[in-house]
Design a binder for this molecule. Structure first.
Ligand code: HEC
Length: 161
């Protein structure tokens, strides 16, 4: 009698296991979906105060504005951003001031980081997507930091080089 009773009961734990398995699979799929959503969301422009935060903090460690000024020359950013009349490329004058307002919630440093190595992510109004987009390969993290440090100093005075 007891054996029969247990035999009749046996399938139950199995179906319970199956339900747990289905729920687990659904959960894993949900997590995978959320991860994919998140990464595509970042590239399609959903920003937060944390965007690039870790990268910028690492780049700015030991960053030096004078070295940054030299890099602006070395990488010829100045040909577009300093020598021009501002019609083809935005001039750097005052960029340290308005960088914080360009793309909220990005801070000035976060915006300058993005604008330098991912220029296609945001196009300044009135300009075309014509900035070279290979500085992420050409500049080291440290060099990006020096450049950001320099651009942040351009709050009012025209560039000095
Ligand atoms: C061939 C011309 C050209 C060169 C060279 C160039 N840029 Fe740009 N840059 C542009 C143009 C055009 C824009 C505006 C379009 C956009 O937002 O991408 C721009 C936008 C920017 C902005 C945003 C400016 C703003 O007012 O918000 C930053 C910062 C910037 N560039 C940094 C750099 C740095 C740093 C370098 C060198 C490592 C560089 N650029 C080299 C053409 C250039």
């Amino acid at each position: 009698m007891t054996d029969e009773f247990q035999a009749a009961r046996r399938p139950r734990p199995k179906s319970a296991l199956a339900i747990v398995a289905v729920v687990l699979i659904a959960f894993v799929l949900l997590i995978a979906y959320m991860l994919v959503e998140n990464s595509s969301g970042a590239s399609s422009g959903s920003l937060s105060e944390d965007s690039y935060a870790a990268e910028v903090a690492a780049a700015l460690e030991g960053a030096d504005a004078d070295t940054g000024a030299g890099l602006i020359n070395e990488y010829e950013c100045y040909t577009c951003h300093v020598l021009g009349d501002g019609s083809q490329s935005p001039l750097f004058d005052g960029i340290g001031k308005y960088a914080a307002e360009r793309r909220p919630p990005l801070s000035a440093a976060q915006y300058l980081y993005e604008a330098t190595i991912f220029p296609g992510a945001f196009i300044v109004e009135g300009y075309s997507d014509s900035m070279p987009n290979n500085y992420d390969e050409r500049l080291s993290e440290q060099e990006v930091g020096h450049i950001i440090a320099y651009l942040l100093t351009l709050t009012e005075e025209p560039p000095t080089y």
